[in-house]
Design a protein around this ligand. Structure first.
Ligand code: DC
Length: 243
């Protein structure tokens, strides 16, 4: 039997996970903007806490020292997909969190359970406050942060495509070549996928989209269709329950 659908779409929580360079951020922002949803970049939050640790002289190779400081930084994330913002202790962190120094340290910092517990709590409260619906992008959103999300999407792409995209993004900001970018991405994915606490992993009920051969517009179109369907089905279930 077909699910009940409604003409009035419901507010939905959308989890978009996957490794770096699969187009997660561009896709999530565009989908949220197109559908009038809020947007949360959870990688930016892990980068922000890493930036704070580096600025405050915390030895990022020592999980115990990181754990002891995990509650200290005050991280505030904006959720406007057209102007994503992040601050740490009141300072704008949008630029500094993209430096190579932060990128190199973020996997180690984000593997610490106390850091994950703190950031996960923050993410859940932001999602709960987004009454009109939200797109949350990350690595463990569908598996751990929001296991009851209305739609879970897992983006993938070949290692070559991911390195080429990331190299394109870094052009002019970083001297790293394509091979070095691919190597760094592979190492970061390995660390993110093999950590003990909520590793990068596709949720069993996530829809996998391989973006290797797709343009950004095609990926956005595909995800928008999935969100609209999830929203209509949710509205149908709500209507049925209210009868
Ligand atoms: O998406 P990004 O490259 O900005 O993420 C930076 C790092 O943060 C990534 O290497 C792994 C970590 N991360 C995480 O552990 N869990 C998330 N939900 C999002 C990011």
């Amino acid at each position: 039997m077909l699910p009940t659908v409604s003409a009035t779409p419901a507010a939905v929580i959308v989890a978009i996970d996957g490794p770096s360079g699969t187009g997660k951020s561009s896709t999530s922002k565009a989908v949220a903007a197109q559908l009038g949803l809020r947007y949360l970049d959870t990688g930016a939050q892990y980068r922000a806490i890493t930036w704070w640790m580096l600025n405050n002289g915390v030895d990022v190779s020592d999980p115990e020292r990181i754990a002891a400081q995990a509650d200290r930084p005050v991280i505030v994330s904006g959720t406007d997909p057209q102007a994503p913002a992040i601050s740490v202790d009141g300072a704008d962190a949008a630029g500094p969190i993209r430096t190579q120094e932060v990128t190199s340290a973020v996997s180690a910092v984000s593997a610490v359970p106390q850091v994950r517990a703190r950031i996960t709590e923050l993410q859940r409260s932001i999602a709960a406050e987004a009454r009109g619906g939200i797109v949350v992008e990350g690595r463990d959103i569908g598996t751990t942060v929001l296991p009851d999300a209305d739609l879970k999407v897992f983006l993938t792409a070949s290692p070559e495509a991911r390195a080429a995209r990331r190299s394109g993004e870094l052009k002019g900001k970083d001297a790293t070549g394509l091979a070095a970018t691919q190597q760094a991405l592979t190492e970061r994915d390995k660390a993110d996928s093999s950590r003990k606490t909520s590793p990068l992993k596709k949720a069993d009920d996530a829809v996998e989209v391989d973006t290797t051969e797709l343009t950004l517009e095609q990926v956005v179109e595909c995800v928008v269709t999935l969100v609209e369907k999830a929203s209509a089905e949710k509205a149908g279930r709500m209507e049925k329950a209210a009868r």
